[in-house]
Design a protein around this ligand. Structure first.
Ligand code: ZN
Length: 220
């Protein structure tokens, strides 16, 4: 990290990672986190691969180009430093969503279960929850809000190709899910990205509890 503002930013990100880990949303070495470099907005800081989240420090983030071709060159020149395998999806969000300053990816049980249930329709609908007002720009509990759900894949370039048109079409959008995998959420600051993860996870928890009563993906 170069300066005091970047140190404050990484501290905020680390605080959120520890909080998410304490909630059980980052099991094993899963989940990954990034934020846009405030001094060099064509670059972002990405968590390294395969780390236990409770042990992470500021040294565990790599400064990468957002541009896919430049990032490929960086990776070839730095074979010993592996960013998260899902880095391409973070870069895709920064490339397409102009307000995204931080992207957080978690693996909660609830997001894993609900994304499986919603995969066939391609989205999960939430409505009539007061917590919806926790999303930036939302002033009503009513909704409905449709959360995109993509089929999971280990081919990140393929997934990024599927994600790009969804991000371009659906604005504002605060996150999406990968089926059987987890949640991606972002915000215009690390703090707002954390808030959006918390809102999504609250919605997932409430939706799971309503499942026995037949409330799921009802159109608004
Ligand atoms: Zn993941």
């Amino acid at each position: 990290m170069k300066n005091a503002s970047q140190c404050l930013m990484v501290q905020s990100v680390l605080d959120s990672i520890r909080f998410f880990d304490q909630q059980g949303w980052c099991p094993a070495t899963s989940s990954n986190f990034s934020w846009l470099d405030p001094q060099t907005p064509e670059q972002f800081w990405m968590s390294a691969s395969g780390l236990k989240k409770s042990d992470m420090s500021s040294a565990d983030f790599l400064n990468l180009p957002i541009d896919d071709t430049e990032r490929q060159v960086w990776t070839e020149n730095n074979p010993a430093r592996l960013p998260s395998a899902e880095t391409d999806l973070h870069a895709c969000v920064y490339q397409v969503v102009p307000t995204a300053q931080a992207v957080y990816h978690t693996h909660s049980v609830n997001s894993t279960v609900l994304s499986r249930l919603a995969e066939s329709t391609g989205f999960m609908t939430v409505e009539n929850f007061e917590i919806l007002k926790g999303f930036t720009g939302v002033s009503s509990h009513q909704g409905p809000i449709h959360i995109p759900v993509l089929s999971n894949s280990q081919d990140m370039k393929h997934l990024a190709g599927q994600l790009r048109p969804i991000l371009l079409e659906k604005q504002p959008l605060w996150g999406f899910m990968l089926s059987g995998h987890g949640l991606y959420a972002w915000g215009n600051s690390p703090e707002q990205a954390r808030q959006h993860v918390e809102v999504f996870e609250f919605l997932f928890d409430a939706t799971i509890r309503l499942l026995p009563h037949g409330h799921f993906n009802h159109p608004g």
